[in-house]
Design a protein around this ligand. Structure first.
Ligand SMILES: *[C@@H]1O[C@H](CO)[C@@H](O)[C@H](O)[C@H]1NC(C)=O
Ligand SMILES: *[C@@H]1O[C@H](CO)[C@@H](O)[C@H](O)[C@H]1NC(C)=O
Ligand SMILES: *[C@@H]1O[C@H](CO)[C@@H](O)[C@H](O)[C@H]1NC(C)=O
Ligand SMILES: *[C@@H]1O[C@H](CO)[C@@H](O)[C@H](O)[C@H]1NC(C)=O
Ligand SMILES: *[C@@H]1O[C@H](CO)[C@@H](O)[C@H](O)[C@H]1NC(C)=O
Length: 229
């Protein structure tokens, strides 16, 4: 008879199997819709493919290059007949490289890239301007069939204006040519002028602290008005 009784530790095995299964299922379910937004996979010779193959932990799935957590680091939607990036494009806000060339895109992409703070290389059709304008990027290069926007600038710095945000707000980048003013601890409300504890803060943590999500455009307008008056 085995020295171990009927209660020998056979439980961990099914548990482990169940866990692996659950993780596997979760991984599959977690594949973002934007990765299958158009048929096919990342083009073999695309920049996204070479970026993805460069790092062993990254894997190609449909039109995406994903990291181990399933976050999108690369997205290749070239030649997808896209007129606009679509509502699910924001799923790619973690991307470092995005290829949108050979699409009939309308030239109004500024808001599509809100929150895309990691983006370093963007490939666009030749007739579409880099989001945020030329000043939002370190290098903009035109080729016969496409153009590249490379090296996203920190827009909190590149405006050269230290007073973009209200007195008790701090500036954080929010994508190409975009920024956000976040009220410092203890302040909330319009222009971070209200002081005191904010009851929702304890429930929402950092997300609950009032953020003034604004574009530089909006602030520019307000500041110009303020100066004018
Ligand atoms: C492209 O990828 C496919 C499989 O995904 C492969 O069969 C083919 O040889 C690759 N082509 C090149 C040029 O690497
Ligand atoms: C774009 O896709 C179509 C098929 O959907 C294909 O015929 C064409 O060659 C592709 N163009 C490029 C530049 O890859
Ligand atoms: C966006 O994703 C949702 C699921 O989250 C899906 O139902 C919808 O069809 C997608 N929209 C587009 C335009 O792909
Ligand atoms: C932007 O400014 C911050 C602090 O002022 C600095 O740490 C950061 O390196 C700057 N970023 C760039 C891209 O200049
Ligand atoms: C910013 O905070 C300081 C105290 O930290 C306060 O004295 C000042 O009035 C605040 N400014 C505004 C505009 O609320």
């Amino acid at each position: 008879m085995s020295p171990r009784g009927p209660c020998s530790p056979s439980i961990p095995l099914p548990w482990a199997a169940a866990l692996l299964l659950a993780l596997g299922v979760e991984r599959d379910l977690a594949q973002p819709e934007i990765c299958v937004h158009c048929p096919g996979s990342v083009r073999n010779l695309s920049e996204v493919a070479s970026y993805c193959k460069h790092t062993p932990e990254l894997k190609l799935r449909a039109r995406c290059c994903l990291n181990q957590e399933g976050a999108i680091l690369g997205l290749d939607l070239q030649n997808c007949s896209l007129k606009d990036p679509g509502p699910n494009f924001s799923q790619a806000h973690t991307a470092v490289i995005i290829d949108l060339q050979a699409n009939p895109l309308k030239d109004d992409l500024a808001n599509a890239f809100r929150g895309f703070t990691q983006l370093q290389t963007l490939i666009l059709p030749q007739d579409v301007n880099c989001p945020g304008g030329i000043n939002a990027w370190n290098v903009v290069t035109s080729y016969p069939n496409y153009q590249t926007c490379q090296g996203q600038r920190d827009f909190c710095n590149s405006t050269g204006d230290t007073e973009i945000c209200p007195e008790n707000g701090s500036c954080v980048p929010d994508g190409p040519g975009l920024l956000q003013c976040i009220c410092v601890d203890g302040f909330h409300g319009y222009k971070c002028m209200r002081q005191g504890s904010f009851s929702l803060l304890m429930f929402f943590g950092i997300l609950g602290s009032t953020t003034l999500s604004i574009s530089i455009l909006l602030w520019g307008t307000q500041r110009r008005k303020a100066k004018a008056s």
